[in-house]
Design a protein around this ligand. Structure first.
Ligand code: CMX
Length: 132
């Protein structure tokens, strides 16, 4: 698995975009609304990996629930896999709770699934596979 991106939950997307643009010295390469997650995303390249800013206007979204409980900051790590179905089967057999039965459409042309943070020492982990 390779680290594909790190997701950061933010309260103000425009402010966070300016901050990361200053920090990384590159503009975001993509802004995308992900309907299946009800979240706006903004992606920055950072060497071999990416930073994904996450923002939602919906108060009941998982992002705002997370911010309310834990504050802004790192929300998840995403690992890229070659065969997401096979990885989901493998991890399920290892006893991890997966949040979806089937991979869902995610941002940046990916199929995604999450592992429950209670099974991974408190860090939400996403598996992703390029749709090709
Ligand atoms: N990282 C670490 N722990 C987290 C977490 C996160 N991102 N989100 C929630 N938790 C913790 C909570 O703090 C809580 O812990 P305590 O019981 O110790 O307080 C526990 O997990 C249960 O959380 P909750 O507040 O009751 O919230 P929910 O159960 O409603 O949701 C989760 C938690 C992970 C199942 C939900 O956020 C989820 O389905 N996430 C997957 C989808 C997602 O995150 N989408 C946004 C990103 C989309 C994208 O990248 O495109």
């Amino acid at each position: 698995m390779t680290l594909e991106h790190i997701g950061i939950a933010v309260k103000d997307l425009e402010k966070a975009k300016l901050l990361y643009q200053t920090l990384l010295q590159v503009p975001p390469y993509k802004d995308e609304y992900v309907e299946s997650q009800d979240v706006w995303t903004s992606f920055f390249k950072a060497g071999e990996t990416k930073v994904e800013l996450l923002w939602s206007e919906n108060e009941t979204s998982v992002i705002n629930k997370f911010i309310e409980k834990r504050g802004e900051g790192m929300h998840h790590m995403a690992f890229e896999v070659q065969d997401i179905h096979a990885e989901m089967e493998r991890l399920k057999a290892e006893g991890f709770r997966l949040l979806y039965e089937e991979p869902q459409p995610g941002a940046d042309n990916k199929l995604i699934c999450f592992i429950h943070p209670k099974d991974t020492g408190g860090t939400l982990i996403e598996l992703c596979q390029d749709k090709g």
